[in-house]
Design a protein around this ligand. Structure first.
Ligand code: SAH
Ligand code: SF4
Ligand code: F3S
Length: 476
């Protein structure tokens, strides 16, 4: 029997890339590739890249350089593929800039990986050189119709919380952003296909589903009757799937937070009380220049309505500082918005001009020193809010989903409703169950607590873990 070929996939960027990487792995598993955790012994290395900021995009080149050096030192020549958003944005440029690349494949074409890899291999076998194939068209077919589903073993290996892409691409064209160019126009997957995928995941033990999309609340997939279903309906249908206990969605745009979705937060206990809602800036002038299509008042209004529907909700957001033309007053408006709302967590970035986007060509680009000073001030404020939110959890009781073994034997790590990591003492057989905890300690990275009940711990518990074998492997 021939040895199975080994595949190493490394993902950068957002959760959509994490999901895509899993689907690439599933697709290549059918071709006999098995996953390995190290690039060193891989026959095929895939870098699944992100183009959102310059630093993210440059990472792929340092990674390719490192790979090439390691290959030269070891005297081997692995097949190397560049996938994801840098592949889409730069295409053949990548092959010109980095010699050690066989294959460039965009985010809408990776269902073709089996044929592309075979073709690249055939060319290599023919002339001993790297193939240099580029596949970045937006194909007419839907890649999801060609991607094989994950095996039950692959699902269990990935743990009880899973991502499902429900919508891709973006038609919003914020002036700073590459996503509409790298991912293409907004497309929603049909409701029934998403539900099939969720049922399959649930059958293999998945308990929590995060519905993902670049603009997830713009979801408008067709249902069985050919009617368009919105995100509120999708969330409800997913929550009804037997075994699914928790639902989340990300990333939302304020403009698409409709009344039904807001109401859903009050009506569906399975919908976790945590909402990532990027606002980018607190200045109406900058929001307009960013083409965000809403003002700060709309954001306040949404926050208020969601809080009214679900009083224990917590918010997180994304911010950009140093957008072209941002004045001290504009920045003060951002700080003011943060103070008024209060975030449980947040991501904040210095504006990075991206090739081909309108903002990159705007005059009044700000000096690095101004961006740095502003990001420090903003992050200090946000870090303080996060610390206060975490501290406020001390003594609180909430349900966590036990996801994986902790650092020490006898420990498991679970996730709170607010996505905080919570360390508890519990046996590996409890992975994949919901446990009630009382939070005892709070640190910057995680909470820890005592289990006071839950599915596995109930006296009449009939729980049989599907995750034990994977946990033993992880613990060994
Ligand atoms: N679709 C999501 C987020 C997409 S990208 C949304 O609409 O919010 C994730 C985050 O990266 C953005 O929210 C933004 O804060 C940041 N980002 C995007 N382009 C950027 C750029 N050119 N410079 C700095 N940060 C950027
Ligand atoms: Fe980018 Fe704006 Fe679309 Fe988000 S909504 S992906 S920030 S263009
Ligand atoms: Fe990056 Fe593409 Fe996601 S640019 S953030 S990987 S959509």
């Amino acid at each position: 029997m021939t040895e199975p070929r080994k595949l190493y996939v490394r993902s950068f960027g957002c959760q959509m890339n994490v999901y895509d990487a899993q689907r690439m792995t599933d697709t290549l598993a059918k071709e006999g590739f098995v996953e390995t955790d190290s690039p060193d012994d891989a026959d095929l290395v895939i870098l699944n890249t992100c183009h959102i900021r310059e630093k993210a995009a440059e990472k792929v080149y340092s990674e390719l350089g490192r790979l090439r050096k390691a290959q030269e030192e070891a005297g081997r020549s692995q097949m190397v593929a560049v996938a994801g958003c840098v592949a889409q944005a730069e295409g053949a440029e990548i092959i010109k800039r980095a010699r050690a690349v066989d294959l460039v494949v965009g985010p809408q074409s990776y269902h073709k990986l089996p044929e592309l890899v075979a073709e690249a291999q055939a060319r290599r076998d023919g002339n001993g050189k790297r193939a240099k194939l580029v596949e970045t068209e937006f194909p007419v077919e839907d890649k999801f119709d060609f991607l094989p589903p994950p095996t039950s073993a692959a699902i269990t290996k990935r743990g009880p919380a899973a991502f499902v892409t429900v919508q891709e691409g973006c038609d919003k064209f914020c002036t700073f952003c590459v996503v509409p160019y790298t991912r293409g126009a907004e497309v929603s997957r049909p409701l029934s296909k998403i539900l099939d995928e969720v049922v399959r995941l649930a059958d293999s033990g998945v308990r929590e589903i995060t519905l993902i999309g670049q603009n997830v609340n713009a979801y408008h997939g067709l249902d069985a009757g050919g009617r368009s279903a919105n995100l509120a309906e999708l969330v409800r249908r997913v929550a009804e799937v037997p075994g699914i206990a928790r639902v989340r969605y990300t990333t939302s745009h304020p403009r698409d937070m409709d009344e039904e979705l807001i109401a859903a937060h009050g009506e569906m206990p399975a919908l976790m009380p945590y909402l990532h809602l990027p606002v980018q800036s607190g200045s109406n002038r900058i929001l307009a220049a960013m083409n965000r299509k809403h003002d700060r008042e709309l954001f306040f209004d949404i926050v208020e309505k969601v809080r009214a529907a679900r009083p224990d909700i917590a918010f997180s957001s994304d911010f950009i500082v140093g957008f072209p033309g941002e004045t001290d007053e504009d920045f003060a408006d951002t700080m003011d918005l943060v103070e008024k709302v209060g975030f449980a967590s947040a991501f904040s970035f210095k504006y990075s001009p991206r090739p081909g986007t309108p903002a990159a060509g705007m005059e009044a680009q700000l000096p690095e020193a101004v961006k740095s000073a502003r990001i420090h001030a903003l992050q200090a404020l946000l870090d303080g809010q996060k610390a206060a939110f975490d501290e406020g959890c001390r003594g609180r009781r909430f349900e966590i989903l036990l996801e994986k073994p902790g650092r020490f034997p006898g420990q498991l790590i679970g996730r709170s409703p607010y996505l905080q990591s919570v360390v508890v003492e519990a046996p590996v057989e409890a992975i994949g169950t919901l446990a009630m905890v009382e939070v005892r300690e709070v640190s910057t990275k995680s909470l820890s607590g005592d289990i006071i009940g839950g599915e596995f711990f109930a006296e009449d518990s009939k729980w049989e873990s599907r995750f034990t074998r994977q946990s033993e492997k992880l613990e060994a």
